[in-house]
Structures are given as structure tokens and as C-alpha cells.
Design a protein around this ligand. Sequence first.
Ligand code: WTA
Length: 649
Amino acid sequence: MSSENITSVARESRKHTAPRDFQAQANIGSFARYRKLYAESVNAPEKFWAEQAAEHLLWRSMWKKVLQWKAPHAKWFVGGKLNVAENCLDRHLGTPRENKAAIVFEGEPGDQRTLTYKQLHQEVCRCANALESLGLRKGDRVAIYMPMVPEAAVAMLACARIGAVHTVVFGGFSSEAIKDRINDCQAKAVITADGGWRRGKIVELKANVDRALEATPSVEHVIVLERTKNPVSMQTGRDVWWHDVVSRASHRHKAKAFDAETPLFILYTSGSTGKPKGVLHTSGGYLLGTTMTAKYVFDLKETDTYWCTADVGWITGHSYVVYGILSNGATSVVYEGAPNHPEPDRFWSIIDRHAVTIFYTAPTAIRAFMRWGDAYPKKHDLSSLRLLGSVGEPINPEAWMWYFKTIGGGRCPIVDTWWQTETGAIMISPLPGAIPQKPGSATLPFFGVVPKVVDDQGKEVPKNSGGKLVITRPWPAMLRTLWGDDDRYTRQYWSDYPGIYFTGDGCRRDSDSYFWIVGRIDDVLNVSGHRIGTAEVESALVSHPSVAEAAAVGRPDELKGQALVVFVTLKNGVETSEALKETLRQHVAREIGALARPDSIRFAAALPKTRSGKIMRRLLKEIAAGGAVKGDTTTLEDFSVVASLQSEG
Ligand code: WTA
């Protein structure tokens, strides 16, 4: 957590209020209205959430108790029953929405498809029937490893419909990562595709699944969607084609009602130890959180064409491509491929051709667009846009201003949304018609969210000084536990400050009480908006026969936010070489996925350690950033190690 970061954002004092006509039509159109609702949500939370749950969701039976809280375990809407897929689909049937586009899809090669609510409902029913005919039941885990195509959403919703628990594995992850996730949650089935398109090439998803499944005894069935038509091997008795089992199944399926606390999905995310954490979300609270935030943060209207560029492999894709958007009956744009294929104007071309009104993307993408140049957005008519969003990492004020002017034409509010895989839904963000925005700040908390910035003792720090961001009360969309490891859940999030959720982020509040997130303070990096645990990268490296020890740290990077730098000591007798560096980079990509491929590898004779043998990452960070080693080095065991690392530059 560098103090430069804090002071550089502190200089930013511009305040942007949404234009009058935006405010006039907004779902929440004034600061006074936000304040009133926020006060209600924290003064009488159970009353507030009960009213919201009744207004926003379709329940088969009502709950008996709004919240049962025995820290760190929450149960929301205890005794209530609902079906998440029914909330996203069936309840729009028989209304004017039934023939409205639910998903507008564009494949990377340029193919397009629109699924109305009625059509999406039928597809989900077919898939639900297919899953049941393969023997999948409530509580079974299903891994989904798909390209960004409508069938990814269909698969998720079909699991929800039958009460199965999905775990979506990002299509950029390697077979090792798939294997670990499947084994951790003991998935019985995998839904995948022959491939997906990325920068004109085929990503061989099925081949990756095949490698993973060599060591996943729990998997009984694999459903394979034909997307790219490249040859794949199909194992008799295990593998079936989507067009054989899903497309031929009945389009009618009666949805059962499930308890509000029925597990909906597990999503693995990086923590500060090697093993990814299986964040568990359940049904009623999660759906309420995503539905309400989608409606109020994105100011969703019946006429909107909404596009979130996140992959369904991330929480953003779960909450704001699928669940929160469809439960509101809005139109969700799904794009399969890369932003610069065939040209760096692909996103602007999509916005222009589909008349997208709300656009939600990540700062790392915005910085890439800035670098590619204004000529690309200028080639297209972006006047359909009325609201912009940002997520994944702090957005630097320069990128914010560029986004505001060049993409939003100076007329679109920007919602800088802070949240996490664990929080399920947006926690701190402007409500665009109500809360004035300051470039770089996520501004103020959503209803019912009570965040604080505290010191190590848990005491709130004064305005404008940095501290740790915590959430002091349970909220409906919060994670319930870590799959199979409730102790780790308690340790990781609830033990720094008993009974209070610790986010792992550093933060400060300004004189208007706005929140300014300054980044992670644990050993988790944010590379291009993706969380990567340093320990994961290190354990991948030491699994290579040449490596004795490794330490991964982040270096500030203009484009990616943070670049991944690893320091490696080799086993005795192994020679350093450029070729070995490349081999190790490839090795990490194979073990985890290309997103974790180190940007630079530095060989070291030894790593700086404390006398108790702990690697001093703070020093490595300073060395990686190219600066002098500052601060306390008295605990360092051997200073010559640092001196030699610096001289090797
Ligand atoms: C960071 C993504 C600043 C933060 C939804 C958080 C942000 C982590 C913002 C969660 C934002 C996300 N401003 N930082 N608007 N949004 N972050 O689990 O460090 O992939 O803890 O969830 O991303 O990443 P995750």
C-alpha cells in the first residue's frame, strides 16, 4: 500500500453530478432519496430487507425469519422458498417481456443470435431436463468450462433450476486449474464446448477438460457444446453432445421451489495461500442483492440494452451478465471474443450496432483503449450510451476522465463499483442519478452495507488517513462459507476483527465520507482486474524441477494495474538462461492459466529473509519497482542478498 497512491488520488477533487435529464428519469434521482433509503436500510435492516425481498423476487413460500446471524454465519430469509431460474425467466413469461431479447449474442467471428425470454426459458428447460436425465439432482456439483456463448448462461440457469450447484471455471484457466476445482468440490458433471473463439484462434476447451479428467474420479458425465467444429475426442459412456442431449430434450420443465439458503454456486478465487478458495453463494440473498444493485446502480430500465464485458468465469459475469440482469427482465449483451479482434474498435462497433445503453467494463480495458487511441471509438456512433460502469480495480482519474469524455461524450454518469467475489453484489458505488461522482472514488455504500475504515485495533481511522476496509454487518448476498473449509472461512475473513468482515483491501475516506479503495493489502495481486494469489504462482514455480524457491510480487504497471514479477532461486547445479526463464513462464501458464504468466522472471542467488525465515516481500516489491530499498531492514538476515539483487537490476 504505497502512500504515493493515496496522495495522488487525494489531489482529485472534481465532482460530477448526473445531468438533469438523467436524474429526472433515474430509479433513484436525488441524494436526499438515497440518504432516506440508506437510513431506513441501516436503522431497521430486517424490515427494509423484508420489503425489498417481497418487492423484487418471486417467492413460492414466504420466510419465517429475515436474518439469522451467528457470526460469522448468516442465514437470510429463513424458511423462504424460491427458484432462482424461475425468477430470472418464468416470471417474465405471460408479460410483455416474453418476446423481449434476454440475450443478444455476438460471436467473435461475427455470428449473431438473439434469445428472447421465451426462447431462453425453453433452452434452460431443455438443459435442466438433460441434466436430470443424466441423473443430476439437487446439491450435485456441476463444473462449467465454456466460451462466452449463450449456452454458458443456459447451463448456469439449468443448474439453478434443478437445485444443482454450478462452479464456472474461467475458459482461460489451464487443465490443472480445472482438475483442482473439480476435485475440491467433487463435481459429478462437466459442461464444456469443443472450443471457443479468441483472437481468431480456437481455444481448445474440450482438450483441456480431457487432460483434467485423467485425475478427477468424481466426474461421470461431460456435455459438449459444438461451437467451433474442431475435432475433439469423445469418450463413450462419459461424453455426450449438447445437440444430442439438450437440444432433443423437452422444452417444458416444472421448476421446484428450493429453500432460500440452497447453495447456488461455488466460485473459486485467489487468496493469500496457494489453494484457491471455493466461495459459496446461496439462492435468496444472492439473488436479492444482485437484482437490487442491478436495478439501482445501473439504473436499469425496460428500454435498456445492457452490456457487461466480463466473462461468466468471474463473479461479475455471474452477477451482472446473468442473474441480476435477467431477474430484472433486461437485455444482456454477450460477446465471445477479444476487444481487439479483428480491429481495436470491436467494442465500439458492438455498442454502435446493438445500440447499447449501459456499458460495464474494467479499468485495465479502459487503459488499453486509451493506448490504442481515440480514432477507434471516434469511428463509431456511441450516442446510444447513457451510463458507464467500472469494476475490478481502482480506476485512475485519468482513465476515468477519458472514459467519461471519449466514450460517454461527457453526458454519461460513471458508476465505479467496488465489490468482491465474496460480497456477491456491488457494495460501494454511486447511484448514478443520486450520488455525485469523483473520478477514482467508489463513493458511498449501497443500501444495508455498513463499511468502515479501521486500524489494526479495529478503531475507525480519522478522515483522509488510510486503513483497512471492513464491513460491519451481514448483507444478503454475502458468501456463506468456503466450500469444504469453514475454518478457513472464519480465519480468512472474520478473525482480524471478530464478528466483522475484513475485505483485504486498503481504503481511506475523504472529507465527504467518500470511500477511496487503494488496493489489496494481503498477498493477492490484481493483474488486469484478476485476483492472483502470490502463493499460487509460487507453488506453481516450485513444482518445476529446476526451482528451489520463488517469491512473486507486483510491480505497478500502467496498463495492467500490477505486473507479476517473480524472483526465483534455482536448485544447485541448474544454470540460469533466458530459455529457462521462458520455460518457467510457460510452466506457470500451464499450471494456472495464461492470466498468471509472469511478466518478468529474475533469478537470484538467494531471497531476502527475516531471521525467522520469512521472505521479505516488501523489499522484493521495492526492488521490482526499480526503486531503492527503503524502510526498515533490521530484521533482514543478510543484507548482501538485497545488494546483489539490486545490482543484478
Ligand atoms: C478490487 C471483482 C477498487 C478490490 C468484482 C477487491 C476494486 C477485488 C474495485 C475483488 C473498484 C474491485 N475499485 N478496487 N471499483 N472493484 N476491486 O473478487 O481489491 O475478482 O477486493 O471481484 O478487486 O476482486 P474480485
